[in-house]
Design a protein around this ligand. Structure first.
Ligand SMILES: C[S@@+](CC[C@H](N)C(=O)[O-])C[C@H]1O[C@@H](n2cnc3c(N)ncnc32)[C@H](O)[C@@H]1O
Length: 271
C-alpha cells in the first residue's frame, strides 16, 4: 500500500545532520576536547574499581576508552560513526599490543546492539545520551543498557545540565571566539549560533569555520542535543527499570545542586 505524501513519515534532515556531522571530523573532535581530562580520570577510576570488562556506548575515537585500556581494563565500545571508529582503529595502531588487545570497537547502534555479553560497568560519557531525541530512543537505549549489565552492575552516564541562558539565545546572533588553528584547515575564524526548539527540547548548535587563508572554504557543522532536565532524566531512569545510586554534580564526586553544570548519574537495574 502506498501512503499519500502527507502520511509518509518525514525524514528530519536537520536532526540527522545534527546527530552525525560533529563526528565526521575525528581530528577536530580530538583537538577540541584535548583539555578535557577530569571525566577521563573519573571513568578510569570507575573501570579499575569495577575490575572490568567495561562496555562504553558511544565510544567515539577512544578519548575515554584508551586511558581505560592503558590502565589494564578490557573495554568494548559501540558506536555508529564510521569516521570515529576508523580514527579509534588508527589510534590503536600506535598503542602496545597489550593495550590494543584490550579494546574491542563494535559498529552498531546503542539503542539496538546485542552483544550477548554482560558487563559490571556500562558507561555513556560526555553527552552521548543527548543524541536520544525521542522517548522511544531513550526506552530502547535503557533497555539495551539493562540487557548488557550484570546483576549488580553499574551504569554511569554524564550529561550537561540544560542552561537557561543557552536556550533563550537569539538564533540569528553569532557568538564569536578568538581565531584558532584547526588541525586540518589552518587558522580559522569561528562562531556559533544556538537555536532551541522548546517543543522537542532540542538545542541546535551551528558551528561555522572560516579559514583565514581562503574564506571561500567556509563550512558549517551542525550539532543537535536533546536537553534533559534533571528530574525528567531521573523519571526516565525510574520508569525504565533503573534505580539511582548516586547523582554527582562534577567529575570529583561533588554534590549535584543548583549551580551544577553537569550531572553524573550512577544507576543500577532495579531488582
Ligand atoms: C560526544 S561523543 C562521545 C565520544 C566519547 N565517548 C568521548 O567521551 O569522547 C558521542 C558519541 O556517541 C556516538 N553516538 C551517538 N548516537 C549513537 C547511537 N545511536 N548509537 C551509537 N553511537 C552513537 C557518536 O557517534 C559519538 O561518537
Amino acid at each position: 500500500m502506498r501512503l499519500a505524501r502527507a502520511q509518509r513519515p518525514q525524514v528530519d534532515h536537520e536532526l540527522i545532520a545534527g546527530a552525525h556531522a560533529h563526528y565526521e571530523d575525528a581530528a577536530y573532535y580530538t583537538h577540541s576536547y584535548s583539555q578535557r581530562i577530569d571525566d577521563a580520570q573519573m571513568y578510569v577510576d570507575l573501570a579499575l574499581a569495577s575490575g572490568g570488562p567495561v562496555l562504553e556506548v558511544g565510544i567515539g575515537n577512544g578519548r575515554i576508552a584508551l586511558p581505560i585500556a592503558r590502565h589494564g581494563v578490557d573495554i568494548t565500545g559501540i558506536d555508529h560513526s564510521r569516521p570515529m571508529l576508523a580514527d579509534l582503529r588508527r589510534r590503536l595502531k600506535a598503542e602496545s599490543k597489550l593495550v590494543r588487545s584490550r579494546v574491542t570497537p563494535v559498529f552498531g547502534d546503542m539503542r539496538h546492539a546485542r552483544l550477548r555479553k554482560r558487563f559490571p560497568l556500562v558507561i555513556a560519557t560526555f553527552n552521548t545520551a543527548l543524541h536520544l531525541y525521542e522517548r522511544p530512543d531513550v526506552e530502547a537505549f535503557l533497555a539495551c543498557i539493562r540487557s548488557h549489565l550484570t546483576a549488580h552492575g553499574t551504569f554511569v552516564v554524564d550529561m550537561s545540565v540544560p542552561m537557561p541562558a543557552d536556550l533563550v539565545r537569539e538564533p540569528s546572533k553569532a557568538y564569536r571566539t578568538p581565531r584558532f588553528r584547526h588541525p586540518t584547515r589552518g587558522v580559522v575564524r569561528y562562531e556559533e549560533r544556538f537555536d532551541y526548539d522548546r517543543a522537542r527540547q532540542i538545542l541546535f548548535v551551528s558551528m561555522s569555520f572560516s579559514p583565514i587563508a581562503d574564506p571561500q572554504q567556509e563550512f558549517m557543522t551542525p550539532l543537535a542535543h536533546r536537553q534533559f532536565f534533571p528530574r525528567e532524566w531521573e523519571a526516565l531512569l525510574h520508569y525504565n527499570g533503573f534505580e539511582v545510586v548516586n547523582l554527582f554534580g562534577d567529575f570529583h564526586r561533588g554534590p549535584f545542586d543548583r549551580t551544577s553544570e553537569v550531572m553524573v548519574w550512577h544507576c543500577r537495574a532495579r531488582r
